[in-house]
Design a protein around this ligand. Structure first.
Ligand code: ADP
Length: 169
């Protein structure tokens, strides 16, 4: 049984994430998609909302993955779940430096878990959760970039006051 873990913020899930997940499930017997709960980044969606959107969108597409919350250190979860690999997506050179540092640090922490990088379809290389949120916040159409239920969730978040619940103090 070869198991991989794909960690991220998934705030929210985009077609780019799903592209990486689809590639990963072809390579491994089991893929755990782990939603980071204690990321430094301020999230628009709660962890439960992010888990729910990931579960719904993967189920809709018939992608068989385990979606779970990541609370502590990624490498510890990888080790506890017996994962042989950490999967990350690489979009552009700009991702490289940070990802390289993370991969080498994770290897220092747990030598037996490899980090592998998967490249999405070209059309998703410019796609990020951050840019999707920005477009949605400004009332733009994000339906080409995210699954329908994510587009609906974004509309709902920004419908009330346009701040997505993060109104300035
Ligand atoms: P994080 O906060 O860990 O970067 P993200 O949800 O932004 O969380 O990304 C999780 C992983 O998915 C990262 O490896 C990121 O590079 C990758 N990723 C995000 N968007 C895309 C995309 N459009 N194509 C390929 N990989 C992506």
């Amino acid at each position: 049984m070869r198991r991989a873990i794909y960690p991220g913020s998934f705030d929210p899930t985009t077609n780019g994430h799903l592209d990486v997940i689809e590639r990963a499930v072809k390579l491994f017997d089991e893929v755990i998609v782990a939603v980071a709960a204690n990321s430094q980044k301020r999230a628009l969606f709660t962890v439960d909302e992010r888990l729910d959107l990931l579960r719904r969108t993967t189920a809709e597409r018939g992608i068989n993955v385990i979606v779970s919350q990541l609370d502590g250190l990624l490498v510890e979860k990888a080790r506890a779940r017996g994962a042989v690999a950490i999967v990350r997506g690489l979009r552009a050179v700009s991702d490289f430096e940070f990802e390289f540092q993370m991969a080498l640090m994770n290897r220092k922490l747990v030598a037996e878990v490899e980090t592998i990088f998967l490249m999405p379809k070209e059309e998703y290389t410019y796609l990020s959760s951050r840019i999707v949120k920005e477009i949605a916040r400004l009332g733009g159409d994000v339906s080409a970039f995210v699954p329908d239920c994510v587009a609906a969730a974004l509309r709902e978040k920004f419908a009330s006051d346009g701040t997505g619940g993060h109104a300035p103090a």
